[in-house]
Design a protein around this ligand. Structure first.
Ligand code: DMJ
Length: 593
């Protein structure tokens, strides 16, 4: 059943003094519109240099080899970079090329005898296709009747996802790591999967279920998540590899980075996208353990999952997504502190290496590379949206300068093999075009449609359902493919009639307003307080003409279910979350009822 978030009553609360004291100061007159426009042009040029290099030298293989100007199949022999780059074309506004690629892809099938990573195929292929499907109305493509509940890219995404389903047939419901796209789990496949490989499906599988109205995908993803949750330690921590048949942990170090990372990300994102408060409550529970045991001077170390003692005092490049997650849930001050730490590593080494020894202040041997990863830029983008602090733009420009200076080759951009001497390696992972370039562009493009503030949208109707597209309520999957949250309402959830009856009229409101009522206030009754939000203009259906302005006084002590909780542990929203969460008001997840 649809969940309605209590999002209307949040005010913006900026960072704390502590953070201001640590931060280098960028003068106000820096990063003018003109400067930002130059940076956007530079990022576009960078994207097309790599994209054209891929098309010219590598397509239809998976990846470009940017030193030898050749192509290679890596994750699955399914033209991976083409699919992964597609949603970036939409973000950059290149509708012509977007249409051309969609046309090429609509003839594709995933029926091949190849073994693929279940995790990577899901986040890059299924996620990339779903996102492009949901963005396709922006490109002028002719839409099938019933879109977004129909369409060639949706069918293709489902074709890929269906082939991943056999992986979930384990005794715990947690998936195997590898599947053959034609024959299912290979007979000799190991039952050991990493935590992220178990817990990173709910965004893609949830979207797929809601659009196709086939609940199976969301159900298997939820089962895997719950199973993982049942295996947490008494400290609320998870290990990093588990046997999916026995449920035994095989690797018990617990951290926020490699092999675990996107599990945490998907608890937050899955909860907001699908209206599943239980996922957010799981996240809060984990966060207590993370804060208590892993956080040291705003770094996050690896600890043993049962005792919480530090086992590895390092920072990994993959962990740099964390400030983005913190910002999304309203913890901008904490996010700023850790991003400043991470930025120091960039300044020190020139890149953020795969692993940095925080105590020794040096690159960790054997983990010295930089494969053009997006995580730091991702966090800068989210945090800039939440704070508008220009220092974040400056940090983003530092990343751009490093990439331009050391990784550009005649036909693309190359992985840094060793961040100490900037030697290169012949690889350009597809996430460079899916994520790194997209987040850089979005950081500098403050007016991009992706950043819509929830004050306008495009009404759409499918049969008896009305929905609102393009409001700015986008959830990015872990490969940076944006999913338009409002689009899910086109195919799933209450019909227009249901909403007339329920949505705008709180259960315990004393007065039953009629739709024609001239009263422009909507009372929202929670267990112990009354909040008021601007009532949307009915003609536009869920279209809130001005962002809701409500009291924040009791917001921090409520859960998404609107029930008051015993302790702040369960507070799901805080004032700082406004810029991100407010967008959901227009995305349809407005106001607890
Ligand atoms: C991407 O494939 C995804 O962001 C994933 O969650 C982690 N690794 C890469 C980027 O570094």
């Amino acid at each position: 059943m649809r969940h309605w978030l209590t999002l209307c009553f949040i005010l913006v609360w900026r960072d704390s003094d502590i953070v201001s004291a640590q931060r280098p100061i960028i003068p106000e007159h820096f990063y003018t519109q003109e400067h930002l426009s130059e940076l956007r042009a530079e990022v576009k040029e960078l994207f097309y240099h790599a994209y054209n290099g891929y098309l010219n030298y590598a397509y239809p293989l998976d990846e470009l080899q940017p030193l030898t100007c050749r192509g290679v199949d890596t994750w699955g022999s399914y033209s991976l970079t083409l699919i992964d780059a597609l949603s970036t074309l939409a973000v950059l506004g290149n509708h012509t090329e977007f249409r051309r690629v969609v046309n090429v892809l609509s003839k594709k099938s995933f029926d091949s005898d190849i073994n693929v990573s279940v995790f990577e195929t899901n986040i890059r292929i299924v996620g990339g296709l779903l996102s492009a499907h949901l963005l396709s109305h922006k490109s002028g493509i002719e839409l099938e009747p019933g879109w977004p509940c129909n369409g060639p890219l949706l069918r293709l995404a489902e074709d890929a996802a269906k082939r991943l389903l056999p992986a979930f047939n384990s005794s715990t419901g947690m998936p195997y790591g590898t599947v053959n796209l034609r024959y299912g789990v290979p007979p000799d496949e190991t039952p050991v999967t990493c935590t992220a490989g178990v817990g990173t499906f709910i965004v893609e599988f949830g979207v797929l279920s809601r659009l196709t109205q086939n609940p199976e995908y969301e159900a298997v993803a939820m089962r895997a998540l719950k199973s993982l949750w049942d295996h947490r330690s008494s400290l609320g921590l998870l290990g990093n590899h588990i046997n999916v048949e026995t449920g035994q942990w095989v690797a018990t170090d617990s951290g926020i980075g490699a092999a675990i990372d996107s599990y945490y990300e998907y608890l937050v994102k899955g909860s907001a996208l699908l209206g599943r408060p239980e996922l957010m409550e799981m996240f809060w529970h984990h966060l207590v353990g993370i804060e208590r045991y892993m956080r040291k001077d705003d770094w996050y170390f690896w600890v043993t999952m049962t005792k919480g003692t530090v086992s590895l005092p390092v920072f990994q490049n993959l962990e740099a997504y964390w400030p983005g997650v913190l910002s999304t849930i309203g913890k901008n001050s904490d996010a700023m502190k850790s991003i400043l730490n991470y930025h120091q590593v960039l300044k020190h080494i020139g890149f953020v290496p795969e692993m940095y020894d925080v105590q020794q202040r040096e690159v960790r041997p054997n983990r010295e590379g930089y494969p053009l990863r997006p995580e730091l830029i991702e966090s800068l983008m989210f945090l800039y949206q939440g704070t508008r602090d220009k220092n974040l733009l400056a940090m983003g420009e530092d990343v751009l300068r490093a990439i331009q200076h050391s990784t550009r080759t005649p036909c693309g951009y190359a992985t840094v093999k060793d961040t100490r001497d900037h030697r290169l390696e012949d690889r350009m992972e597809s996430f460079f075009l899916a994520e790194t370039t997209k987040y850089l562009y979005l950081l500098f493009d403050t007016e991009n449609f992706i950043h819509g503030q929830g004050i306008s949208g495009k009404p759409h109707r499918v049969a008896s359902r009305s929905c609102m597209l393009d409001t700015g309520a986008y959830i990015f999957n872990t490969e940076a493919h944006p999913m338009d949250v409002g689009a899910l309402d086109c195919c799933h959830g209450p019909t227009e009639r249901d909403i007339w009856q329920k949505a705008w009229f709180p259960k315990r409101s004393s007065k039953r307003n009629s739709p024609e009522s001239s009263d422009d206030k909507l009372s929202i009754v929670s267990s112990s307080s009354i909040e008021t939000c601007k009532k949307p203009h009915w003609q536009s259906f869920l279209w809130i003409k001005s962002p809701p302005t409500c009291s924040a006084s009791s917001a921090a002590s409520k859960s998404w279910t609107g029930k008051r909780r015993r302790s702040s542990l369960y507070s799901l929203l805080t004032c700082e979350a406004a810029p991100f969460m407010q967008m959901f008001c227009i995305g349809g997840e407005v106001c607890d009822i």
